[in-house]
Design a protein around this ligand. Structure first.
Ligand code: NDP
Length: 342
């Protein structure tokens, strides 16, 4: 089928494009600059432009951002909306996070409804951030797709550190509301990944590793040497290749319509990441903490406080989750390859 992927330069989108091409689909992806589009084309030498092409969408926060991009010949059947800001380097959460996330989501749904009647399924990349709520993280609570984060736009005005969580929660809520109010002819599926590890693309930049892999690169390069930092509350991982397969399965499977899918491979601690790197990359051992520096802060505070059920994802999408070890080893290998080519 002909597919549209927004934010093709992104970490997750790179893998979604890979899975789509391998499955025989053709892909058009939106990027902010021609160079980013060319980088994606260069990653797939031998794939003709009719199978992999790009269009420029500079700013998804514009309400008409996708009006042109959704129109294609042959017309699109599936749309994957992955583009959304994921970083903590913002000054104005409303402008830099909430608006691109929320307007980006509603504007693509609206553009499809208006101008792309051939689209059957839209898959939106949301997050576990839209599912988990602090007040439930106790007593072994088991999260499922029925849970929603309770954050509001008002909370962000009081505490801008809630910006990313709110951007994902409010954007996903806006998507389901659009489906309910506007009743478009396409159906919606949503992917809710936790912290994503996995191989980065060869054109990525070491100075701006995607947010979720920053932790692995920091540990590899000595960032935890004098003391392993606490794992924090985000102590669940999933591999990017599982996330990408889930996106494509969510588009292809009729029974995925109208559902959210938690993408969670399991718990991790920073200490485990250190141990996996130490075992598999002897040359990096001198950068890693040992003894007390390793024991001190590496354990997660939340193991046992809450967990997640990924039953729906396994049953409907058929996902088998990659192990933490495999994910970290492949992440580290890809980061080493980037270092060598820099
Ligand atoms: P990346 O930062 O690698 O990718 C984000 C993508 O969104 C990039 O293509 C970026 O373009 C694009 N983008 C951001 N803001 C804008 C904007 N205003 N206008 C146009 N394009 C924009 O992150 P990931 O691949 O990790 O994230 C992809 C999606 O997955 C996001 O929706 C994120 O919230 C979600 N997610 C990620 C998780 C993770 O741990 N990685 C966990 C859960 C959800 P450019 O490259 O030009 O900046």
């Amino acid at each position: 089928a002909r597919t549209l992927v927004t934010g093709g330069s992104g970490f997750i989108a790179t893998h979604v494009i890979d899975v789509l091409l391998k499955a025989g689909h053709s892909v058009v992806t939106t990027v902010r600059t021609p160079q980013k589009g060319q980088n994606i084309r260069d990653m797939h030498p031998g794939v003709p432009q009719s199978k992999l092409d790009f269009v420029i969408v500079e700013d998804i926060a514009q309400p008409d951002a996708f009006d042109q991009a959704v129109v294609s010949d042959p017309p699109f059947e599936y749309v994957f909306h992955t583009a959304s800001p994921f970083h903590y380097k913002y000054k104005d959460a409303e402008k830099e996070l909430l608006q691109p996330a929320i307007i980006g989501t509603t504007s693509i749904l609206h553009a499809i409804k208006k101008s792309a009647p051939s689209v059957k399924r839209v898959v939106v990349t949301s997050s576990v951030a839209a599912v988990r709520s602090k007040e439930k993280n106790v007593g072994g609570y088991v999260y499922t797709e029925a849970d929603w984060c309770s954050v509001t736009a008002e909370d962000v005005k009081k505490d801008s550190s809630m910006g990313y969580v709110a951007s994902k929660t409010l954007a996903e809520q806006a998507a389901w509301k659009y489906m309910k109010d506007e009743k478009p002819s396409f159906t919606l599926s949503v992917i809710n990944p936790t912290l994503v590890f996995g191989p980065v693309a060869p054109h990525s930049s070491l100075s701006s590793i995607n947010t979720s892999n920053e932790r692995v690169y920091s540990i590899m390069t000595g960032g935890a040497k004098s003391g392993c930092p606490p794992t924090g509350t985000n102590a669940l991982y999933v591999d990017v290749r599982d996330v990408a397969i889930a996106h494509v399965a969510a588009a292809e499977k009729p029974e995925a319509a109208g559902k959210r899918f938690l993408l969670i491979g399991g718990h991790f601690t920073n200490k485990q990441i250190v141990e996996i790197i130490a075992e598999s990359f002897p040359s990096l051992k001198e950068n890693l903490p040992t003894g007390e520096a390793l024991e001190k802060g590496g354990e997660a505070s939340i193991v046992g406080d809450y967990t997640f059920s990924n039953a729906q994802t396994r049953e409907v999408l058929g996902i088998e989750f990659t192990s933490l070890k495999q994910s970290i080893v492949d992440t580290a290998k890809s980061l080493q390859a980037l270092e060598q080519s820099a």
